[in-house]
Structures are given as structure tokens and as C-alpha cells.
Design a protein around this ligand. Structure first.
Ligand SMILES: [Zn+2]
Length: 173
């Protein structure tokens, strides 16, 4: 009888723990799903923002989000005051064209905000030059949609402990 009681007590403790762990797991899963949905939406917005670019070869858009607020945006293009033409007479991208990420980050430098702990959404995987800027700006998360043949930018971000999330373009439709 005593053993029975003890067994029953154990059983109820175990089932209680099981329910507790399961609800914890489901809860975590739920917040992960919500984050994925948010990531998709912001990335779609970055895709729309890319349409602002007057570059012909490639249009890239970026958004910087902090505390659920869009604190900056950018697209690839020439610096302010320069003519809005990205390509030279041979159709090659001019050396002084800024990438979308660089434009979004430098825009914050002119504002009262800062990018510490922010998330960067960009429609294409960051190059090595932008990766350096991302690291130095304190951005902690990068979500991107299009992979590039060169992966050194993403690799550098990962080395700097920045969370890098890839979402396939197909998932954004
Ligand atoms: Zn770049």
C-alpha cells in the first residue's frame, strides 16, 4: 500500500513535470514561429524598399529594426549630391555606389538613434565590406533572402557572433 502511494506520488510528479515541459516547449515554438513571421514581413518590406534603387544591374533594400521599430532604411545607390546613375558607360557599377546596408547604417550615424542590438533585414547576403560595418555598428542579428556566390560576408558575421538567418525568396511570396 505504501509503495503504491509512493508510486502514485511519483507518477503525478512526473506527469506534472511532463505537462510543464511540454507547455514550455510549445511556448518556445510559438514565439519562434511568431519571430519567423515578423522576419518574413520585414524582409518583404525590404524587398519593396529595394524598388527605390535606381541601379539597373541590381536593386537591394535594407531595413534596421530595433525594439519593434524601423529605425533606418537604405537601398543601393550613389552618395547624396551625386547623379542617380549607378553604372558607368560600360554598364559596370561605379566604385562609389553605396550598398543598401551601408546606406542604412550611415543614415543612423546622422540621427539620434543607434543600432546597438538591432536587426538588419537585407534582400541579399551582405558582402565583406558591409559585414565589417554591421559588426562595428553593434547590430546583433541579420536576416537576408538572397544568397551570393561569395560567402565571406556571412562567415565574418558568424565569426563575430551575429545571428544570421537566411529566408528563401520563395518563402516571401
Ligand atoms: Zn555590401
Amino acid at each position: 500500500m505504501v509503495i503504491d502511494k509512493r508510486n502514485r506520488a511519483f507518477l503525478s510528479i512526473f506527469s506534472f513535470l511532463f505537462v510543464l515541459l511540454r507547455s514550455e516547449w510549445e511556448c518556445m515554438n510559438d514565439s519562434e514561429l511568431k519571430q519567423r513571421e515578423l522576419d518574413r514581413r520585414y524582409l518583404r518590406m525590404a524587398q519593396i524598399w529595394a524598388e527605390n534603387s535606381y541601379c539597373k544591374r541590381r536593386q537591394v533594400g535594407a531595413l534596421i529594426v530595433k525594439d519593434k521599430m524601423i529605425i533606418s532604411d537604405g537601398y543601393n545607390g550613389t552618395p547624396g549630391g551625386f547623379e542617380n546613375i549607378c553604372e558607368d558607360e560600360n554598364g559596370l557599377t561605379k566604385s562609389y555606389v553605396l550598398h543598401a546596408e551601408a546606406n542604412a547604417i550611415t543614415k543612423i550615424a546622422r540621427s539620434n538613434n543607434n543600432s546597438q542590438q538591432a536587426t538588419l533585414y537585407v534582400t541579399a547576403s551582405p558582402c565583406i565590406e558591409c559585414a565589417k560595418l554591421i559588426i562595428q555598428s553593434g547590430i546583433k542579428r541579420v536576416v537576408y533572402a538572397e544568397k551570393y556566390r561569395l560567402t565571406e560576408g556571412v562567415e565574418l558575421l558568424e565569426r563575430a557572433d551575429i545571428e544570421v538567418v537566411y529566408i528563401d525568396k520563395e518563402e516571401l511570396i
